[in-house]
Write a protein that binds this ligand. Structure first.
Ligand code: HPA
Length: 246
């Protein structure tokens, strides 16, 4: 079953019908919210609001382990994440939708593995390709079918937040090869991998990153929020198309 993790601007999935809410405690604590089980185009789909129902959980305090565990417990085998990002490369302006293919992790202090404690054997997962390529392909195909332009590939830099970056930090991310920057891509992606869930993301560019383009003098949060709703709605149309695929 498909699961959708909604980020900022996506606290509820409007296209989800016949919904039922499910509390789903896990050995790792409570997920960000109750899971919503419903149907998109007749296909059973789960939804979880990453930042909670009232958008109160900041990126560094999200219980990513509980979130992924709960979705798997509820029957998910693939997860599409929607994540607002800043565009690091100048041409990736507000409104761009991108399906990243790589990640650089700059976060710290987050619980980022299930393989610790309890005397369990040391386990290393392969993470060369952090996103599921088949799921990425399906998303890109759904984008074409929904007539929404989705850029194929990009390097997602995961920063700690909740503050935005300095201009020099964005320069550094660009030198490192990052295309977009967000605060939630990790450890979400690696935990999905540890649980053997197929995972891919739609990165929704809502602002030029600090020091770039219209954010040269600073990132305007008002402008960012104005872009967010419409851009996330387009990402949702792609997911509805994906859910309807055979
Ligand atoms: N930086 C980090 N995370 C973000 C940004 C940004 O500029 N925009 C939206 N999420």
């Amino acid at each position: 079953m498909l699961a959708v993790i909604g980020g900022s601007g996506l606290g509820q999935f409007a296209g989800l019908e016949a919904v039922r809410r499910m509390a789903m405690p896990t050995p790792y604590g409570e997920p960000s919210a109750e899971l919503t089980l419903g149907a998109i185009r007749g296909r059973r789909t789960l939804f979880l609001a990453r930042h909670g129902d009232r958008h109160t959980i900041p990126p560094h305090e999200v219980n990513y382990r509980a979130n992924l565990w709960a979705l798997r417990e509820a029957g998910a085998d693939c997860v599409v994440a929607v994540a607002a990002v800043g565009g690091v490369r100048a041409e990736l302006g507000p409104g761009t939708l991108l399906v990243p293919h790589q990640i650089i992790d700059y976060t710290w202090g987050r619980r980022s593995t299930y393989f610790e404690g309890g005397g369990a054997p040391v386990t290393h997962v392969d993470f060369t390709h952090p996103y599921s390529e088949p799921l990425r392909r399906r998303l890109l195909e759904a984008g074409r079918a929904a007539s929404e332009q989705l850029l194929d590939g990009g390097v997602y830099a995961a920063t700690q937040g909740p503050r935005l970056e300095t201009a020099a930090e964005i320069d550094r991310l660009e030198r490192d090869g990052a295309d977009v920057v967000g605060m939630t891509g990790m450890p979400e992606a690696v935990l999905a991998r540890e649980l053997e869930l197929a995972y891919a993301a739609i990165a929704v560019v809502v602002n030029h990153a600090a020091g770039r383009g219209e954010s040269k003098g600073g990132v305007s949060i008002d402008r960012l929020e104005a872009v967010l709703q419409a851009a996330v709605a387009r990402a949702c149309r792609v997911i509805e198309e994906l859910a309807g695929q055979p």
